[in-house]
Design a protein around this ligand. Structure first.
Ligand code: NDP
Length: 322
C-alpha cells in the first residue's frame, strides 16, 4: 500500500480488513494481478501515478466474485478488471480481496484460466485494442509489413503474437539482442534494432510499414510515422522512450497516414468485451505461456524496479497469495 510518509508516497505491505475496502458493489476474491510499466512507476516513485493516498497499487486484477449487490454479477463469476484508474484514484489489485464497481468487470473468456487472464492483463488487452484499431483503419495482412516497437515488452510481445497469428508479416523492434530468438518464437518474421529508429530523420522517409503498434513514443514514433506507407496507420500505446512527438504533418497530409490513440483505462465496456473476445480467438496460448512468468507479491518492489529499467521480458503475473 502507498501511504504518505514525511510528505512523500512510500510503499509497504499492510494487513487490511474487508471493512477497510472501498464501498463498491462487487467483492472479488483476487487471485492474480500483474506488473505493468505504470505499476513500476508507481512503486518506484519514478512517476506520480497515485492521485490519492492511501492507495492499493496494481492496475489490474483477476479473480472470482464472492458477493455482489449488482444483479450483473453473482458469486463464482470469473472476472477481470483492467484500467478504470486502478492504482490512480481507485484501489487496485495488489491485495487478496477487493471491492470494485460492477461496470468495471469483464467476464474472463472460458478458454483462459485466471492466471492466463492476468498474463494478458492490461498490456495484452491494450495490444489487442491496438490491433483492432489497425484493422478499423484498414490495415490488412496482405499489405506491407507491420512494425511493433518495444517488442519484447508486455504490450509488444502480445502485439507480435496476435499479429503473427492473424497472418501479418511482423517486424519487431527491440533494444535487447538477447530477445531475438524469443521474438521469432512469438512469430516475428524480422527484427530491427531499437537504434534504427532513434536518430532524427526526415519528415517523409522511405515508405515501409503498412501499420505499426508503438509503445515507445518520442523520436522513435516520429520515425515510424515518417516511414509508414500511404494510407497506413500507427496505433500509439505508450511512452517507454519519451512523451514528445517531434514529427511533421507531412505523413498525414501527403500520405494519408493515421495516428490512432489507444486508451485502455477508460475504454468503453463494449470495446473491452470485443478485445477479450478477440484475444480468446487470436492469441496462441502456447505463446502466451512462453512469455509469462508468475512471481509472488512479496517480490513486487524488485519487479517494479526491473520494469522501469526496461529489463522485463514479456509478462509478469503476480500471485497475490504469496
Ligand atoms: P514494458 O516495460 O513491458 O515494455 C516496454 C518496452 O519498451 C521495453 O520492454 C523495451 O522493449 C522498450 N523500451 C524501454 N525503454 C525504452 C527506451 N528508453 N527507448 C526505447 N524503447 C524502450 O511495458 P508495457 O509493455 O507494459 O508498456 C509499454 C508502454 O505502453 C508503456 O509506456 C506503458 O505506460 C504504455 N501503456 C499504455 C496503455 C494505454 O492504455 N495506452 C496501457 C498499457 C501500457 P525492447 O527491450 O524490446 O526494446
Amino acid at each position: 500500500m502507498l501511504e504518505e510518509v514525511d510528505g512523500k508516497p512510500k510503499a509497504s505491505f499492510k494487513t487490511l480488513r474487508v471493512a477497510d475496502l472501498p464501498d463498491h458493489d462487487v467483492l472479488v476474491d483476487v487471485a492474480y494481478s500483474t506488473v505493468n510499466y505504470k505499476d513500476g512507476l508507481a512503486l518506484t516513485g519514478k512517476g506520480r501515478i497515485a492521485r490519492k493516498l492511501p492507495m492499493v497499487c496494481g492496475v489490474d486484477l483477476a479473480g472470482t466474485v464472492i458477493s455482489s449487490r449488482s444483479p450483473a454479477w453473482k458469486p463464482g463469476d470469473r472476472v477481470v478488471v483492467n484500467g478504470w484508474n486502478l492504482s490512480e484514484t481507485e484501489w487496485g489489485g495488489y491485495i487478496q480481496q477487493q471491492r470494485v464497481k460492477p461496470e468495471w468487470l469483464v467476464r474472463v473468456p472460458d478458454t483462459f484460466s485466471l492466471a492466463e487472464a492476468m498474463a494478458i492483463g492490461t498490456a495484452g488487452y491494450t495490444a489487442m485494442l491496438a490491433v483492432l484499431a489497425l484493422e478499423h483503419m484498414g490495415v490488412r495482412p496482405i499489405g506491407p509489413e507491420v512494425l511493433v516497437t518495444g517488442a519484447a515488452g508486455g504490450v509488444g510481445s502480445i502485439a507480435v503474437s496476435v499479429l503473427a497469428k492473424l497472418g501479418y508479416r511482423v517486424v519487431a523492434s527491440t533494444g535487447r539482442a538477447e530477445t531475438h530468438d524469443y521474438l521469432k518464437s512469438l512469430g516475428a518474421h524480422a527484427i530491427i534494432a531499437r537504434t534504427a529508429l532513434t536518430d532524427k530523420g526526415g519528415p517523409l522517409q522511405q515508405e515501409r510499414w503498412g501499420g505499426a503498434i508503438d509503445s515507445v513514443g518520442g523520436q522513435t514514433l516520429a520515425n515510424v510515422v515518417a516511414q509508414t506507407a500511404r494510407h497506413g496507420a500507427v496505433a500509439v500505446c505508450g511512452l517507454a522512450g519519451g512523451s514528445d512527438l517531434p514529427a511533421s504533418v507531412f505523413p498525414f497530409i501527403l500520405r494519408g497516414v493515421s495516428l490512432v490513440g489507444i486508451d485502455s483505462v477508460q475504454a468503453p465496456a463494449v470495446r473491452r468485451q470485443e478485445a477479450w473476445k478477440r484475444l480468446a480467438s487470436d492469441l496462441d496460448k502456447a505463446k502466451l505461456d512462453a512469455m509469462t512468468t508468475i512471481e509472488p507479491l512479496s517480490k513486487i518492489f524488485e519487479l517494479a524496479d526491473a520494469i522501469v529499467r526496461g529489463q522485463v521480458r514479456g509478462r509478469t503475473v503476480i500471485d497475490v497469495r504469496k
